[in-house]
Design a protein around this ligand. Sequence first.
Ligand SMILES: Cc1ncc(COP(=O)(O)O)c(C=O)c1O
Length: 456
Amino acid sequence: MAEYNMTPVSVPQINTKYRTIKTAIPVPESLPVFEKLKKSEPRSMMGQPPVLWHKAEDFTVSDKWGNRWIDWSSCVLVSNIGHAHPEVLTALRQIIDQGLLSTYVFVHEQRAELTELLQSMAPDPSDYHVFLLSTGSEATENCIKLAKTYAMEKYGAERRYIITFKNAFHGRTLGAQLAGGNPNQKKWLATPDPSFVQVPFPDGYKNQDVSFDLFLKSLADAKIEPHQIAGVMTESYQGVGPDFMPVEYAQALEAFCRKNDIVLVFDEVQAGFGRTGKMFCFQHYGVTPDLIACGKGISSSLPISAVIGRKDLMGLYAPGSMTSTHSGSPLCVAAAVANLKVIRREKLDERAARMGDILVPELERIRALYPDRLGCMHGKGLVAGIQVVKPGTREPDSDTALDINAKCLQKGLLMFAPVGIGGECLKIAPPLTIAEDALREGISVFEEAVNEALGG
Ligand SMILES: Cc1ncc(COP(=O)(O)O)c(C=O)c1O
């Protein structure tokens, strides 16, 4: 996989309302920190554009040397209400002043406020409960466990399969990786658990058969009967694209799960809390998940995640037997409460939809300038991706994707490193608060970088 150049390069200086570039990139003075980390960390922690983050405010990120970027990363789809939102900062200061930093699962007031808030966002609040955790992986793991527990208790061990999708990502812990659909991430599982099975995702580009028949055929080919399936889990959109399901497919999937009493899980860790123009992405499909895994944008900042799920499933474990040391950690909870209130009050889901109406057609216009190199563009609300391919093929071109991404960095537009199965996807995910003129400025910088990489 291609890597960022760590040798400082002199680049044209930039000074606009939102972007400032006044040094070589990467900044020479930042390199000792990268060197220190190289000595004390696994190399897996490197791989992002070489910026030494010093301050991140709303939709910009700054370093110590006066450079400032428009942020198209939101960290990695975390900062939905923008970085360091004043209401999150105030909520954190209040908890610090109150003197409550850790509680295990002893009760504190803000925890009840958060579970109630999240419950009110459930498809039918009276039928759903909320379980707080710390990371997205913990949330998806918990969904797997609840689906399997429900099936085992009600039907016995034969109902054991968890069906997920090829190219899916649900986190990096064992269960989440068993459920994931990227073969490269599963190599370490020398003997994968055969009860985890992946079927093609109907993305319409990498897999052009978007019919639900392919789901049924894939199960039949694997000799799996519906009564053997405990749960089906899917990202609401697949992060590698972002790839969305056709509405008819999602509804057919829901009907299949209902008919066979299979637990339907939507992983909203990346898609939730307004990102796609609705509070949850599954709402675009008109379906009702049994379990919803949440993370990232739940706090726009500190590490907290949640499972919002059908009461009967959430009640499967006795008091004290489904917990985690940092479930409901006070600072994280306070950040999440403040964050959710901002999303609701400012209607940031609706704002994301409006900004998406600018972003998505503009990206499609840029894609159409180089149709044999920019294979496809998918997007909804304030998440989008363009897949860079080798000329006239659908083969990933990770070198060119990285080149475009690095050029954006030099011009004051920050994106996280390309994603996708082959590192080919330039993913765009600004905070939902991004000002319209900053969004448009980012689009023109992106177009400039694409032209420099592909034009002429
Ligand atoms: C869809 C999805 N599920 C789960 C996870 C895992 O979340 P975390 O990294 O917080 O464990 C991610 C993280 O990128 C994700 O995008």
